[in-house]
Design a protein around this ligand. Sequence first.
Ligand SMILES: [Zn+2]
Ligand SMILES: [Zn+2]
Length: 322
Amino acid sequence: MLSVIAPLTSTIGRRTRTKPASTSASAHLRPTASPRRAPRKITILNNRASASSFVKARCLVSSYERLYIRGKIVPRGWEVAAACGLLLVLAVALPAVLRAGKKSEPQWARAAAVHEQSLSGRLPAATLGLAREIMAAMTAGTRWRGSFLYISRCTEEDDVHYATCCAAGTYARGGRLLVILGEHLAAGPPELAVAVLGHERRHVSGWRLYLYSLAAVASVWGLAVAGWAVPWPALLLVAAALRVVTTALFWTIEISCDVGSARDTSAGAMLAAVDYTERTRRGERALWPSWKRRAVIVLTCLAWPDHPPFIMRRAAIRALAR
Ligand SMILES: [Zn+2]
Ligand SMILES: [Zn+2]
């Protein structure tokens, strides 16, 4: 809009300045001065027309701007309520979508089944047996159709190992679960692997799944709705409050998974699993240059990590796992 208004303004200013020249003494002395007046009158009329159009255009732009701001940026109360309701529906629907099974086995599940058959003899028999027991408990009495064990191979070339060969996780799609266990974890003491898998089992069961979905939706789309609905600078406070609440939800889930697994196995086994995770994290960071270490610490503090600090996890396990 500004690019349209600017030429109009400059045109009016330029033409208005030419008007006094027609009444100047030098213009009256010229014999050919009178025939030139007609086009000047036309010019003045054109100027008036332009000015009038300019004012109209400006009013139009202004009202459209108001309409635009009112309709698109500042929402009404019911619009904000509807957006929040939509986020709640999304948070409830996500776990249902993950659990909704396809009739045919997905390609990745068929590949995982083949991989699982190759594990006998590659893993300690005790660990494999215990892992299968936990996986059976993951799906028993739930809407999950099945689970597959995937051992993440070591691809590290450094002396310190910290990647997926030392971690565990659960991938949920199409009603199936892919339980991922790092090669070093699987080859280590069975209690350690069992404690880690016991933690992962709880991530995909019951209220934790819904709470995790709510926190994930709120931390991304909740911020978008806040940015749309809350004016500046109150938005800063709302965004910070939203981040604190979603982080508290994530931390509650993690501590609950830790405590649940510690009750299944033992507090000692779960504490050992937390120690192991901390060691691999420190080992990874020790390989980084100091500037990267500091930058990651600062950015992690600003973004609020999804997992609680190790000291908090240990304290919760000691206090609550009895
Ligand atoms: Zn490794
Ligand atoms: Zn976790």
